[in-house]
Design a binder for this molecule. Structure first.
Ligand code: PEP
Ligand code: MN
Length: 338
């Protein structure tokens, strides 16, 4: 709700309206304009008290704002959020590159990829240790052993790390071994998990649910922000559509939509959208051209023998070309790749 004060309302009347908002159980947040003040009404319970506020003499109007989220909203936080992950920033005018294998398979595998990612200009090392697989017979990840490898390789190559947390059971151990917690597409609306992950105060990489709208994704982000964790990055990773030429459809239009509606950095994951290596480069470039503040791509030294997502993983030489091309597009849209 927004309380629009009458033109040139006195500071006393603005204070009085704020007192009434507090009495209703909400938090007032005034925005002072040249001639007119607007007081935001913050609170997550169903909004009530509109008629009472409308009846106050210095109030011109009370608007119910349609967005059910406030903490994630750009209207409330016009300043863009820059997220710090292990000393490296994501957001603003920077383009960040997060790369690594789908699954951590061995120390040697991750070390090879980590060295290539670092040498070729990547900023973060990713790798899954707890894997959410469609089939119970598919490789489920190395678990804690994988987390230890991730931590070690991240330190050895000098890259902050990102890995998925799939369950509250593996949350603490995962948080102890990584710089950023990824919430995968299948868990975007696992509210118990995302709230618990937020409370670790680790930066969160929140992937859009494969069937989630932009609004539902922002509401999931709101849960995380509402736990007091503002280190949050959104990720567009493709959604389910009727097409069968790709694994998912990269919703490029969601990138400017998230950026218009929220203050959070937005990263694009073309690997899980495409499902095919040949489409990872063009979709990465499309994402950056559309304003994404980073890409997450899967890289494997030997994708034909990968234990998960082989067909979409890039080899290190492809990754190098990807980074070079991303630099060109980033520059064209006024961003920089550090
Ligand atoms: C992943 O990043 O390894 C992953 C499983 O992604 P998503 O949740 O987008 O499918
Ligand atoms: Mn994968």
């Amino acid at each position: 709700m927004l309380v629009i004060m009458k033109l040139n309302a006195s500071s006393g009347s603005i204070d009085r309206v704020q007192d009434e908002i507090v009495k209703l159980g909400y938090t007032p947040k005034p925005i002072f304009g040249e001639a007119r003040t607007v007081v935001g009404v913050l609170g997550l319970k169903p909004l009530r008290g509109k008629q009472h506020l409308e009846s106050l003499p210095e109030v011109a109007d009370v608007l119910e704002i349609s967005t059910p989220y406030k903490l994630a909203s750009r209207e409330w936080h016009p300043k863009e959020t820059i997220v710090n992950v292990g000393g490296t920033s994501i957001g603003g005018d920077m383009v960040s590159i997060i790369a690594g294998p789908c699954s951590i398979e061995s120390y040697e595998q991750l070390k090879t990829v980590g060295e290539a990612v670092k040498a070729d200009g990547g900023h973060f090392l990713r790798g899954g240790a707890f894997k959410p697989r469609t089939s119970p017979y598919a490789f489920q990840g190395m678990g804690v052993e994988g987390l230890k490898i991730l931590k070690q390789v991240g330190e050895e190559v000098g890259l902050p790390t990102v890995t998925e947390v799939t369950d509250t059971e593996n949350l603490d151990i995962t948080a102890q071994h990584t710089d950023m917690l990824q919430i995968g597409t299948r868990n975007m609306q696992n509210f118990t998990l995302i709230k618990a992950a937020a409370r670790t105060q680790k930066p969160i990489f929140l992937k859009r649910g494969m069937s989630a709208t932009v609004k539902e994704t922002i509401l999931a982000a709101e849960y995380i922000l509402n736990e007091g964790n503002e280190n949050l990055v959104l990720c567009e990773r493709g959604i389910r559509t009727y097409v069968d030429h790709t694994r998912n459809t990269l919703d490029v239009s969601a990138i400017p939509a998230f950026q218009r509606l929220t203050h959070l950095p937005v990263v694009v994951d073309p690997s899980h959208a495409a499902g095919k290596r040949s489409k990872v480069l063009p979709l990465s470039l499309a994402g950056i051209a559309a304003g994404a503040q980073g890409v997450m791509v899967e890289v494997h030294p030997n994708p034909e023998v990968a234990l998960s997502d082989g067909p979409q993983q890039l080899v290190p030489a492809d990754f190098k070309e990807l980074v070079d091309r991303i630099r060109l597009v980033a520059e064209a849209v006024g961003k920089t790749v550090n």
